[in-house]
Ligand binder design. Sequence first.
Ligand code: BTN
Length: 261
Amino acid sequence: MKTAADKINLSFDLRVLQRTVLHFKTIDSTNRFLLDAEDFLNGTVVLADDQTAGRGRFNRVWQSLPETALLFSILLNNLSGRKMPAVYTFLAAVGVYQGLWKSLPAGINLSLKWPNDVLLNGKKVCGILVQGKITAGRYEKLVVGIGLNVNQQRQFFVNDLEHATSLAAESGFEWDRIGILNKVLTAIDHLLIVLQESGERPIIRMWQDACGSIGREIAINDGKEIYRGVFDSLSEDGGLRLRTKSGQKLFYAGDVTVLKE
Ligand code: BTN
């Protein structure tokens, strides 16, 4: 399901991303749209004010209120080399982090949570979902979907006050959504160049520097079992290295909880 799109021109020069954003008032899912679409240029950005079937991790639904969040997806179909798809999740998280941190009032803590969340004061403000289309064993395209909670009031998160939040709920004032979009996309554009020129390592390093839980006691639920240990670092390919009493374990998916001392 989709309605007609209009166009928003971003105010910065971008090198990889397209400056003209395709904007829907409502659509089922910006990720679904770009996964199904053909003939769009590398770096196309699709933004929606509302999604009727927003996709989250583990087939969860990603919900918002119309015109309160930034719901957007980026198409990458010029995938040179053998970059691991996970790096794009970390790249997007670092982009959101860099796009936000200078604009946040003092006293608000911004951090990253493995594998795909951005936290404000320890609560999720943004989730990232990278989906791909594989043809003949190769990624033909990747779609990087970003849901950033901007102007939802605290009451919106009433069933999940401990875990979810928005920029407005933490700062106490309304934010200009397109202003933030510009900042986040500028940061992502720059990081895509870093990835092209220097590979995954600097992206992984930036992600680790912004992560709030490295070196801390965590529990990780891989869907079958819960493991406890210290979050040591990220592996080269984006896995979480956990130091447990019985040795080091590596995870590629799971839900992390930081254990309070
Ligand atoms: C998560 O579960 O944390 C990831 C949520 C990702 C949501 C965004 S909103 C824009 C894009 N379109 C979708 O359908 N999902 C992503």
